[in-house]
Ligand binder design. Structure first.
Ligand code: CP
Ligand code: NVA
Length: 310
């Protein structure tokens, strides 16, 4: 059973296939075509954290495909009310695939171990693969071929940064991170980034200017991710010199500004940049729908193919 837990588990060809399906269905949608490829299929969506984009995009895409999605939040008390192996096996009896936004990545991995339907990571403390798929789809729409382009990350080495490092490595983009020393990836994560794409160009620096020079995209995210609220004051001090503002963007005049959203204007990015001409944030958010539709169709087609063989 294939899942989408981290982009490190996918080959370059598989990522390209997901993006190609997403692009084709996006073009169909633009023409007014919403072909019900999976009529009456049901996605279970477990949310342990808040969401706008992830929930709305998955719910919408399931409707476009002829199916539906069930939103499960506090009432199911994921990981607490019952063991995850029971949760996974019960849901597998009822729904066709599951999306989980969880506090702990290990819980999603545990769920996938016991599930007999595909599981999609809708954000964990470790990674956010759906976001990175949408981000690359967006950058390609803006600049065309992204091979060899420089993708700059400014800020915390967090879940979104890791998924972007994986996808950039797999698709031949250079990934450059401007991150304060204490917030850079651990050696263990750096090893995973290397193993994901041993020949990829990957740079870490404490200098945000060096990180963005020559970049085609400059990406940032909140300094305080969900679950890190206790560290807010310290983080706001530590990241103060890593704001993406007009001064920093002067060093990469051809770059698009990207952000997974939600953003905190005046902290990791100024209003001038996020609402300015270089900003790609709205089409980027919109592409969550299309990239994830590609991933869902890719996963469900494999389930259908396996059933056809039996
Ligand atoms: N970018 C993102 O995942 O947004 P939500 O938290 O609103 O789903
Ligand atoms: N890094 C952020 C991303 C939100 C979409 C978080 O985990 O809260």
């Amino acid at each position: 059973m294939r899942h989408l837990l981290t982009l490190k588990d996918l080959t370059t060809a598989e990522i390209e296939e997901i993006l190609a399906i997403g692009n084709a269905l996006k073009a169909d949608l633009k023409r007014g075509v919403r072909e019900p490829l999976f009529p009456n299929f049901v996605m279970g969506m477990i949310f342990q954290k808040q969401s706008l984009r992830t929930r709305v995009s998955f719910e919408t895409l399931m409707t476009h495909l002829g199916g539906s999605a069930i939103y499960l939040a506090g009432d199911v008390d994921f990981g607490k009310r019952e063991p995850i192996h029971d949760f996974a096996r019960v849901m597998s009896e009822m729904v066709d695939l599951v999306m989980i936004r969880a506090k702990h990545h290990e819980d999603v991995a545990e769920f996938a171990k016991y599930a007999s339907v595909p599981v999609i990571n809708g954000l964990t403390d470790y990674s956010h693969p759906c976001q990175a798929l949408a981000d690359i789809m967006t950058l390609r729409e803006l600049v065309g071929d992204t091979t060899g382009k420089k993708f700059a990350w400014v800020g915390d080495a967090n879940n979104v940064a890791l998924s972007l490092a994986f996808i950039c490595g797999k698709l031949g983009l250079k990934f450059s991170m401007g991150t304060p020393g204490a917030y850079q990836f651990s050696d263990e994560i750096l090893q995973q980034i290397h193993e994901n794409a041993p020949d990829a160009e990957f740079e870490v620096t404490e200098d945000p200017v060096k990180a963005v020079e020559g970049a085609s995209a400059v990406y940032t995210d909140v300094w305080v991710s969900m679950g890190q609220e206790d560290e807010k004051a310290q983080r706001e001090r530590d990241f103060a010199a890593y704001q993406v503002n007009a001064e920093l963007m002067k060093h990469c005049p051809d770059a698009y500004f990207m952000h997974c959203l939600p953003a905190r204007r005046g902290f990791e990015v100024t209003e001038e940049v996020i609402d300015g001409p270089q900003s790609a944030i709205i089409p980027e958010a919109g592409n969550r729908l299309h990239a994830q539709k590609g991933a869902v169709v890719w996963l469900l087609r494999q389930v259908q193919a396996a059933k056809a063989q039996n």
